[in-house]
Design a protein around this ligand. Structure first.
Ligand SMILES: [Cu+2]
Length: 159
């Protein structure tokens, strides 16, 4: 017999995936799909933010993310964060490799776009334009969605 519990958790999963789809936003540039570029609301006194997104490369050719541009901040850089002897370290990189037939995720704790000296605090629910510069696919303008403040990520982003 099928238990009611199994049936209900199936419904919850279906509802969750519907919600996720409703909130997803994505962009296409050649063989690249850019999924859900997002950042976090800034706490009072903070004027820096990390931006995260997923790039799916469905093509047979590798690409590179070589720069970013936005009017929302004085400086926008590509950054890498990694664990070095138990300490999280962050440094600027000139490019992020986008291998063929693979997903590349810019995420908290890894590669990300770093915004310095934001023109205005980021508030949950806002969005702002940012241009991603790919070596092959060219410039792709996306909207960055501002999500809820994440205390843990903010401490990682204090320079
Ligand atoms: Cu950073």
């Amino acid at each position: 017999m099928i238990s009611l519990r199994t049936f209900c958790s199936g419904l919850v999963l279906a509802a969750l995936s519907l919600t996720a789809n409703a909130h997803a936003h994505e962009y296409k540039a050649g063989d690249l799909f850019i999924h859900h570029p997002w950042t976090r609301a800034t706490p009072p006194g903070s004027s820096n933010a990390g931006v995260f997104l997923l790039v799916k490369n469905n093509g047979d050719t590798a690409d590179q993310l070589i720069g970013v541009e936005t009017a929302a901040a004085a400086t926008a850089e590509l950054h890498q964060m990694k664990l070095d002897n138990g300490v999280m370290k962050m440094n600027a990189v000139t490019a992020v490799d986008i291998p063929a037939k693979a997903d590349t995720e810019l995420k908290p704790g890894g590669y990300h776009v770093m915004l310095f000296k934001l023109a205005a605090p980021l508030k949950e629910g806002d969005k702002f334009p940012l241009t991603l510069k790919f070596k092959r696919a060219g410039n792709v303008k996306v909207d960055i969605k501002v999500e809820a403040m994440g205390a843990k990520a903010e401490t990682m982003h204090q320079h």
